[in-house]
Design a protein around this ligand. Structure first.
Ligand code: ADP
Ligand code: MG
Length: 697
């Protein structure tokens, strides 16, 4: 029954069926069943027209349409209904679908309407309300009337929320327990007091009371998160069982020499903790797949370097892959600095490496002479072969696809250990899902002596004061970044803004007293490098840039980050940019410049930046603001398939689901026990449903 194409559901038919497929991806009755309400209205409460006082609230009214007519012309054309109850009159307005509504609505009969008022010329009206005849049936009001997501096109076909509700009602009315194949075993259901799947489907749409709704919601959220975790944990554990890891049995000379003689400072406790975790993994015989999260500047690179020394001490080679040329070069410089006086042969390979040098590199890697290779994704090309690759570090993972991870892993017969570093902290719930197949380490402590960056948000009127401040800082010998947003869709305009901004800066900071660099994506690599180097060497005081500097630039003397049109950046990007300063001993500053008209969300972003330097706090706010779908990297995960669970809100359920899934796999890794067959079977169904589930880790 649930596989029935949607057009065969009574009341749908071919036209609406087509619209449902196109607009909501609803192909079958099952899809419609899983088009869950996004909220519920308490239909037992009615308001009076007289009481309407805010655009923020929604109101339910009962009354009569007195008159109905089209007003305005062309694009302003609208259908206006004068709606009266015992206390007053309010206009209902339709800007779209007027013909359909004009035909459907009648004067003189009673309607129940629900909607959010808008203030127009000093009066409230209600645009596009939900409207329904006050029939006998609708008078037996439900406490929880479901509201469904719909689209303008569906509304034109009569499938507004009320129309969808009718269809769902029809469907749920026909649904029998035998149509639904239960996805959670009896034992677990009893233990967790979970509602049955059939009941959950019925009650999520038409709950009789709050408890039913709560049970149904929990059951369906749990279901989604449980299967997501079961899938991820299974990948993780299968890999652990089937893949033989390289064994780093000893801590050898290089590591010790570095630790005792080269290390210019004491490791933070967080760095020590992570190194211990890596040490444990790499000597255990399993293959490590570890995610290392740590804010910009928390000292991840050092951890990576020391892990690589561990690998070399045990007779292996190591490599580090960075997302950009600049960043790879910078890692190379860091290594040069940290490994001086030590006998470690390391090399740099990027797209810019000339062919002759490349050839030599290839030979050195194959003979095992080169111990560490640093580079961009040039590393994963097939010609790059190692003698014995044992440890792979991937920096800023979100810029690489999962497939690239896999390619590096395949560079050795026995896959190397993999450490993925990300400077974009992500909330725990998201990490558990996005990287649920990885073990995670966190550096949650900054090296000592760092002064928290002071962040301030200013509007245009403060620009001169900001310039004045910049001059003071330059006088103190500091350097400054000025960053402009660059958003691809409006590239041309953005470049104009950037050029304009650059001109303004040069006018305000004229040569020869001041020197200004400019770096953006349209420059060639050599030009970029040239401009960067001028800034790195202190020949220029100001660097005007687009976000190409977001990742990896390290100029400790730079102490001011000015972000122009800051409202156009997302929180994590702002945080990344800010991380470019505060690397030296001096007090650093981040200045967020915005226009005057800011939405509530932009204001919250600016305020969050002012209030905290903690990347994890910022990532939580980001997740709440944007939802997981917009956060980088989520597209390739199962997150986008979530229909009801919400990672920003359902952290507790997620943790429970992960724990339960782990326990099941502890007892029955292959899911072959009779009571677990249901999970194995349902995982297969899901896989068929979603052929693109990543199998790579
Ligand atoms: P990340 O890669 O996490 O952004 P880095 O590894 O680049 O951070 O470290 C940032 C800066 O902090 C570097 O200049 C590094 O030398 C320094 N650093 C790293 N660890 C420590 C430490 N334990 N004590 C003092 N400085 C440190
Ligand atoms: Mg780094």
């Amino acid at each position: 029954m649930l596989d029935t194409p949607i057009e065969y559901l009574k009341g749908i038919g071919p036209q609406r069926g087509e619209a449902l497929r196109k607009e909501l991806n609803v192909f079958t009755c099952f899809d419609l069943l899983r088009h869950y309400p996004f909220r519920y209205i308490d239909r037992t409460v009615f308001h009076n027209v007289r009481d309407i006082e805010s655009e923020e609230n929604s109101y339910q009214l009962r009354g009569v349409i007195e008159s109905l007519g089209l007003e305005g012309s062309k694009r302003g054309k609208r259908l206006v209904a004068k709606f009266r109850d015992n206390t007053g009159v309010i206009e209902l307005v339709w800007f779209q679908g007027h013909n359909w509504f004009a035909e459907k609505l009648k004067t003189g009969i009673e309607y129940i309407i629900y909607g959010k008022p808008a203030l127009y010329r000093g009066h409230f009206n209600i645009p596009h309300p939900e409207i329904e005849e006050a029939t006998e049936a609708s008078k037996q009001m439900a406490h929880f009337q479901p509201v469904y997501g719909t689209t303008e096109k569906l509304k034109l076909k009569g499938l507004d929320s009320a129309g969808l509700r009718k269809a769902e009602k029809m469907l749920v009315g026909q649904l029998k327990a035998s149509h639904v194949s239960e996805t959670i075993g009896t034992e677990l259901r009893d233990k967790m007091k979970l509602a049955g799947l059939y009941e959950a489907y019925c009650h999520i749409h038409f709950p009789e009371n709050a408890d039913e709704l709560k049970q149904a919601t929990y059951r369906l959220k749990f279901d989604e998160l449980f299967y997501l975790q079961l899938k991820l944990l299974r990948i993780n554990r299968n890999r652990a069982r089937t893949v033989q890891g390289q064994v780093f049995s000893k801590v050898g000379d290089l590591f010790n020499e570095f630790f005792n003689h080269q290390l210019p400072f004491a490791l933070t406790n967080a760095q020590k903790k992570v190194l211990r975790e890596i040490r444990e993994d790499t000597r255990s015989g399993k293959q490590m797949n570890r995610l290392l999260q740590g804010d910009v500047g928390s000292g991840k690179t050092l951890v990576a370097l020391m892990s690589m020394l561990l690998a070399i001490d045990n007779g292996f080679q190591a490599c580090l892959m960075a997302p950009t040329e600049i960043l790879a070069q910078q890692h190379f410089n860091t290594f040069t600095e940290l490994l001086r006086n030590m006998e470690v042969n390391f090399a740099l390979l990027t797209g810019a490496t000339p062919a002759a040098k490349r050839k030599k590199l290839h030979a050195g890697l194959q003979s095992g002479e080169i111990k560490i290779l640093i580079g961009t994704h040039a590393l994963i090309e097939d010609e790059v072969k190692f003698q014995n690759l044992g440890f792979v570090v991937i920096d800023e993972q979100h810029r690489f696809g999962v497939a690239q991870r896999a390619k590096l892993r395949d560079k050795n017969v026995n896959p190397p250990h993999i450490l993925i570093m990300t400077a974009t902290p992500i909330p725990r719930t998201l990490a558990m899902t996005l990287y649920g197949d990885l073990d995670t380490s966190v550096i949650d402590e900054m090296p000592p002596g760092r002064k928290p960056i002071k962040t301030n948000h200013y509007m245009e009127s403060k620009r001169l004061a900001v310039y004045g401040f910049m001059k003071e800082q330059i006088k103190l010998g500091r350097q400054i970044y000025v960053v402009f947003p660059l958003i691809q869709e409006s590239e041309k305009m953005d470049y104009q803004n950037l050029q304009q901004g650059y001109d303004n800066i040069v006018t305000e900071f004229p040569p020869p007293q001041y020197q200004v660099s400019i770096v953006h994506g349209k420059l060639s690599n050599e030009q970029k490098e040239f401009e960067m180097q001028r800034f790195v060497k202190g020949q220029t005081q100001i660097m005007v840039a687009t976000t190409v500097i977001e990742v990896g630039v390290n100029v400790p003397n730079a102490s001011v980050m000015v972000i122009e049109s800051a409202e156009r950046f997302g929180l994590s990007q702002l945080h990344q940019l800010r991380g470019r300063v505060g690397r030296g001993a001096d007090q650093s500053y981040c200045i967020l410049m915005t226009g005057y008209k800011l939405g509530a969300e932009s204001r919250l972003r600016m305020k969050t930046m002012e209030d905290t330097n903690d990347g994890f706090v910022i990532s939580e706010v980001d997740l709440k603001l944007r939802g997981p779908g917009d956060i980088e990297g989520t597209q390739q995960s199962g997150i986008m398939d979530l229909r009801i669970a919400n990672l920003a809100q359902d952290g507790k359920i997620l943790q429970t689901a992960r724990k339960v899934a782990g326990e099941i796999l502890d007892e029955d890794p292959e899911l072959t026990m009779e009571k677990n067959r249901v999970y194995a079977e349902h995982l297969t169904v899901l896989r068929k449903d979603r052929p693109n589930w990543s199998k790579v880790g």
